[in-house]
Design a protein around this ligand. Sequence first.
Ligand SMILES: [Zn+2]
Ligand SMILES: [Zn+2]
Length: 176
Amino acid sequence: MLVDIKPIARSTGESLPVELSGTPDSIALAFPGFRFSEPVTFTGKVANTGDGLLVLSGTVAASYESDCGRCLRPVHGALSVPVVETYRSRYHADVGRREEKEEDDGTGYRFDGWSIDVSEALRDDLLLALPARVLCREDCRGLCTVCFADRNERDCGHDERDDSEKSPFGRLRELL
Ligand SMILES: [Zn+2]
Ligand SMILES: [Zn+2]
């Protein structure tokens, strides 16, 4: 997902509106059991703040499909994540290191030439915003760890008093 920065490359203080739409593949986000649906979109702007720095700001939005972490039912969700990322021109970063001995603090992203590829930043921001655990609903009762019945649908009668049994490995542990 490329942004053409030519119109603002030489004008400090100028900014450009940015509207992008990409496939989940373009941001290389694929996990087993986790899929981003199309499209992944970005709306915002990129500003030339001088000294070879560009600041991308806006919102990245994506929808996803996953499996409930307790009952394995399919779950659909959406993410809308604020983005503020800095891009430093590779040329300026090099000159800074070589001639001014300016420490490169290593933060932000690099760009070359007349465009910036924002895929990596958008991917990073989406990854940070992913829920630690996807559930079909907060009070999902999950699968019975003894007989694997969906406990949202029926009460199989098995008791799950022991916390260790709430994990799918509880039964396994018992057998070992
Ligand atoms: Zn569930
Ligand atoms: Zn059961």
